[in-house]
Design a protein around this ligand. Structure first.
Ligand SMILES: *[C@@H]1O[C@H](CO)[C@@H](O)[C@H](O)[C@H]1NC(C)=O
Length: 388
């Protein structure tokens, strides 16, 4: 646009020389065409999904439930000054952006495929990637139960590829030579091996995706950094693994492997030891988009005036995590459910809806019923121990 406004000095020079004028015009036109092309390709690149204006406002607040969700006030924060400049420089290639799930054991597979399936259903333009133990590809013929499990696993892997275009990536144990039949031999650090990708988002399952556009924006418009994690607490002192945005690189992968080889530890501890907070946390600004990640148990803290539809509008992903039950994959007896669901009517409705949607999607996508919840206390303990 600016090129049209020539100063009077320039105009007189042009008038005095028709040749110069023609050259200038030709140059201007070719420049203009190029510029339009760039604009068009940029528009085309981000066309599948522009950052949607998110309904819920903001405040730098942590995703807790208070009146903010009942009666949103205030506006969205201003994007930072360099954002437009940055957007122009950025070549947005959705083939280099992806959502990854890491599955370490069979029981986690369905939830991972569901999440990737929901991203597909919501037409996220980013790639979908599933990392799973390479040993699953080896046929085993020992006992019958294993065979049955492996049959389901192979069926789900095929579903992921055929229905949702998921790229399957077999992974090795994080420490060379570790027992490849143990889930604990695998690590989220394997995400760093995905060096074909510029940025990868990992979401901790099981959960329900309510909206993909905020995550697509996060993927598309973030700067590449080795680690940008969802903060464990609102005070931003430590990272969590509920949502990770990473830039895969061989260097980081090697570094993490070395740290992990020196000592057995959980992925959370590995990342906390390897990336400092708050530097390795997702920016306040990105998180101000709404509830990017929310844990279902927090619905119990809902106060009067909580509005389930506003909550659902403003929330991107809900991790279905209530400490008393092993997970949404299990059929919890009615009276146990009643005891732990939120008391607030609206929050209760939201909570019930999330678990019910999970159950339905599980059937639709994996063809699996809920698991029987046989030994509640024992299972809850086992799960806790796993998380330690
Ligand atoms: C929740 O908010 C929506 C939209 O603002 C409104 O239509 C609905 O009546 C509210 N529900 C309750 C129970 O207040």
């Amino acid at each position: 646009m600016g090129r049209l406004l020539l100063s009077s000095g320039q105009v007189s020079v042009l008038l005095s020389s028709g040749i110069v004028f023609l050259f200038t015009l030709a140059l201007f036109l070719s420049g203009y065409v190029l510029q339009q092309r760039t604009v068009h390709s940029l528009q085309a690149a981000i066309k599948p999904r522009l950052p949607k204006p998110l309904p819920a406002p903001v405040a730098v607040a942590p995703p807790t439930l208070d009146v903010k969700w009942a009666r949103p006030v205030g506006g969205r924060p201003e994007p930072d000054e360099n954002f437009e400049q940055y957007m122009r420089e950025q070549t947005l290639n959705w083939n280099r952006l992806g959502y990854a799930q890491v599955v370490k054991e069979h029981v986690e597979l369905c939830s991972a495929v569901m999440l990737l399936g929901d991203l597909h259903k919501r037409k996220s333009p980013a790639k979908r990637i599933l990392l799973f133990p390479r040993m699953w590809l080896r046929k085993r013929e020992d006992d019958e139960e294993d065979d049955q499990q492996l049959t389901t696993t192979k069926r789900l892997l095929r579903t992921a590829v055929r229905r949702f275009g998921v790229q399957l990536i077999p992974m090795e144990p994080i420490v060379d030579g570790a027992d490849d039949s143990l889930p604990s031999s695998y690590s989220l650090a394997s995400l760093y091996s995905l060096t074909d990708y510029e940025r990868v988002v990992y979401l901790q399952g099981p959960g329900m995706l309510l909206d993909a556009s905020a995550l697509d924006s996060l993927l598309a418009f973030s700067k590449s950094a080795p680690m940008a994690a969802f903060p464990a607490t609102p005070d931003r002192k430590a990272l969590s693994t509920s949502l990770l945005l990473i830039h895969p690189s061989d260097a980081e992968f090697k570094r993490l492997k070395a740290v992990r080889a020196s000592e057995a530890m959980t992925d959370l501890d590995l990342f906390r030891a390897s990336f400092s907070a708050p530097e390795s946390l997702i920016s306040q600004w990105s998180l101000s988009m709404g509830n990017v990640v929310y844990e279902s148990q927090n619905l119990r803290n809902a106060i009067d005036g909580f509005n389930a539809s506003i909550f659902e509008e403003a929330t991107t992903y809900v991790r279905l995590s209530d400490p008393e039950i092993p997970g949404p994959e299990y059929d919890v007896p009615y009276y146990d459910r009643v005891a732990l669901r939120p008391k607030n009517e609206e929050a209760k409705a939201a909570w019930e809806r999330l678990y019910e949607r999970f159950r339905q999607r599980r059937m639709e996508i994996c063809g699996l019923d809920l698991e029987v919840w046989t030994k509640p206390m024992l299972q809850a303990e086992e799960r806790e121990n796993e998380e330690l």
